[in-house]
Design a protein around this ligand. Sequence first.
Ligand code: AHM
Ligand code: MG
Length: 324
Amino acid sequence: MPITTARTLGDFMEASWGRSESLEGIGAVVGAVAEGARMVQRQVQAAALAGVLGATGETNVQGEAVQKLDAAGSDIFVETLIGAENVAAVGSEELENPVIGGSGASRRYVVQMDPVDGSSNIDVAVTIGSIFGIWRRPPGDPVTGAVLLRPGRDQAAACYVVYGSSTMLVVAAPGGVDGFTLDPESGEFLLTHPGIRIPGKCEYYSTNEGNFGKLDAPAQEAVSRLRRSHSLRYVGSLVADFHRNLLKGGIFLYPGDVRSPEGKLRLMYEANPLSYVAEQAGGAAYSATQRILDIQPERLHQRTPLILGNRAEVEQTVSIIRGG
Ligand code: AHM
Ligand code: MG
């Protein structure tokens, strides 16, 4: 039976957060994410027809080739978030420096985002996504880049969008984790996955097996153990791998290796938001040495090893990687 009467994202936020002083303004930020996601989703669907495949010819601050959709997605979300009028600053994977929205008292939040995650999958019609961490701006603090360098545990909320065979927005806030499916007819995000909890049984492991030879011995041991007991699923879009593992039970790992001890993934707009979602859903997330949400950031674009998903499996894997 199709769900046509489900609650809209707007109704859900009003009912869940509208009366809470601390959560109330987050609805406008998540609403701006949803508005941008509808626009990005249209470009993802139209793909070659919208002229958004291929690279721009530029490289971003991390030295990676910028895809046309990376650039378009970043512009779209900057516009909707800054336009929400309660966002003071937005950090983006695609921008060396944050965009400052203003320092007025109403601009109570800062956002870190990976506007289009899974860039290598854009041109081949494979699932990609968008990731957002939302922090409250300390009242009165000047709005400079430093206002974005806060540990993940201080996030007020986090969310991600997955553009797959359907488009979903998953939102984590202190009340829990809820998933909304984009209704192509009405353009509304409708509540289809209330109260998401990561399953206790861990079915899958997700890692880039091609990196195995570059891992140190403890990390190789951790991956070898998972190979023996779990099925491998690896899309190569973090948000897609995470989403599957969240709903089905699984562990994602992108450890540091001998050439890149910090790994590949970025702390502020990939690891922190998804780690917040994972913890709110009963999961866990660590670098090799500590809980992701406790890392004190030093740079906007810093990287971190990431082991993320089912709590028991993450803890066992981290203990092997630490050599214990
Ligand atoms: P991106 O944000 O530029 O797309 O890069 C991050 C992506 C993640 O989505 C994914 O988990 C990882 O890079 C895949 O890396 P690899 O191709 O090395 O397996
Ligand atoms: Mg990414």
